[in-house]
Design a protein around this ligand. Structure first.
Ligand code: EPZ
Length: 439
């Protein structure tokens, strides 16, 4: 019998006070694989204590890394790391385990991993990652869910790679594979997310030669050796954006701390369009109680555009606006797992081809809902805070994978929220709705 985690929220209570954002999940899931490229300890500060970090620790320890994690500081010593196939278990618990392909290919010249869905991970493919590895001289074989990568005796060779689609994961994975390749690699049409700069910063501190991270053209000069280093993570812009949406929805004066507003410019502009008033300081943003919110239309796009990860939290906030809103996720059309659940709560929301359409404002009523993925779960938490009555969010483990101590943080802000764990059969397929591949 599986243990099912549920979040219970009694809505309608105002939030006020301060909440501090942790280090970026989408950085740390790449920084940990990057750290194994050093044959000496790498120290990472500001690390969020989330399930994805715990899973990656288990994976690295299973390969021989010595890992210490306390007070948000992670020390990873991979001097005794061994190249072993990782076919199942924790490797399947997070999509970002694909970064181990680039890191292990770089370190050992070979990788055998089990990836749920193999090369074509359902709506989350990795064909661009594979194309990058092949461009650097790796040979790729995959049979169902097992992906094998191997280089010839001469190892990886730098190359000029043009990315057909802007991809965060593929950009980072190619950097991981190229930092110790012979010669120069150029990645054109690279993704520009801040997390890519974070990974390049750590690798350069370890002795790599990466230029242009954060732009759409990245140059990498291969080096022989990468050494120990220490690095402090950038704040999690998606966690920050999620708390800003909560503060705008039900807040009566909330300060979101440890925020680099530059990483949220497009999101802050959309909030401003909605008539959300905020005060931006050096590394925090204050959100007072809000007046009447205006409805807007939303389209996600690669950074510095509006992050697809904030489309779902913004959907819930828009339920409080006035008028008709249309949201189009240009990156993941299938990212609609929250819509059916918001409908259960009484929201006037529907899907029209590739658009999420909302007629607002909506009076939400607490009920039992299902989190189909991380950010859909976040959107249901926001809706639960807004709703009358009690909302029970099943499959809460997804939310805990990406948000450090969300229950404690929201309780601190005055929410009536708790986490319960109970024996429960797996949710029936129809309940899962369109199960978007978990991240
Ligand atoms: C990263 O996923 C993030 N995950 C996602 O955050 C985020 O939503 C996404 O980037 C977009 O910003 C991590 O960083 C761990 P992509 P990633 O490759 O790298 C297509 C969260 O909630 N594509 O940038 O997997 C893909 O289908 C997670 O924190 C290919 O076609 O996303 C998508 O349409 C969810 N082939 C587009 O590119 C590939 O080989 C962008 O995806 C790879 C991607």
């Amino acid at each position: 019998m599986k243990r099912m985690k549920k979040i219970i929220i009694r809505g309608g209570r105002p939030l006020s006070g301060e909440v501090t954002v942790n280090g970026a999940k989408n950085s740390i899931v790449a920084l940990m694989p990057a750290a194994i490229l050093a044959d000496a300890p790498v120290i990472l500060g500001g690390v969020p204590d989330i399930l994805d970090v715990r899973s990656l620790i288990e994976i690295l320890e299973s390969m021989g890394s010595v890992v210490k994690f306390e007070n948000n500081v992670l020390v990873i010593d991979s001097s005794k790391l061994k190249s072993i196939p990782m076919l199942n278990g924790k490797i399947n618990s997070l999509r970002a385990s694909y970064y181990l392909m680039g890191a292990l290919l770089s370190k050992f010249g070979e990788v055998v991993v089990g990836l749920p869905g193999g090369c074509n991970l359902g709506p989350r493919p990795i064909d661009l990652h594979v194309k990058g590895f092949e461009a650097l001289g790796a040979r790729v074989f995959h049979e169902k869910e097992v992906v094998c990568l191997q280089t010839g005796p001469e190892g990886l060779k730098g190359n000029h790679i043009f990315m057909d689609t802007v991809s965060v994961g593929a950009t980072i994975n190619i950097i991981l594979a190229a930092v110790k390749a012979t010669g120069k690699t150029v990645i054109e049409n690279a993704a520009r997310e801040p997390e890519i700069i974070d990974v390049a910063t750590l690798l350069n501190n370890m002795g790599a030669k990466i230029r242009g991270a954060g732009t759409n053209e990245i140059h990498i000069e291969g080096v022989e050796q990468l050494s120990e280093a220490r690095h402090f993570l950038i704040p999690d812009r998606i966690e920050a954006g999620t708390y800003l949406a909560m503060a705008a929805a039900v807040g009566e004066g909330v300060t979101v701390k440890n925020v680099l507003y530059e990483h949220l410019e497009s999101y802050l502009l959309k909030l401003e369009e909605m008539n959300v008033k905020v005060t931006i300081s050096e590394n925090s943003i204050f959100v007072p109680a809000q007046g009447k919110l205006k409805t807007i239309n939303v389209k996600t796009s690669p950074y510095p555009g509006l992050a697809t990860d904030l489309q779902q939290p913004m959907t819930s906030l828009l339920l409080k606006s006035h008028g008709k809103a249309e949201l189009v996720d240009m990156i993941y059309e299938g990212r609609i797992g929250h819509v059916s659940e918001l409908q259960k709560m009484g929201a006037n929301i529907s899907i029209d081809k590739n658009k999420i359409v909302i007629e607002a404002p909506n009076k939400l009523k607490g009920t039992e809902v299902f989190a189909s993925d991380l950010r859909a779960g976040a959107s249901l938490v926001i809706a639960g805070l807004m709703a009358d009555g009690v909302t029970t969010i099943r499959n809460a483990k997804f939310i805990l994978r990406g948000y450090d101590r969300m229950i404690e943080k929201l309780t601190q802000l005055g929410a009536d929220i708790s986490l319960i764990e109970m024996d429960n059969e797996e949710p029936k397929i129809e309940e899962r709705g369109k199960q978007w591949l978990t991240i």
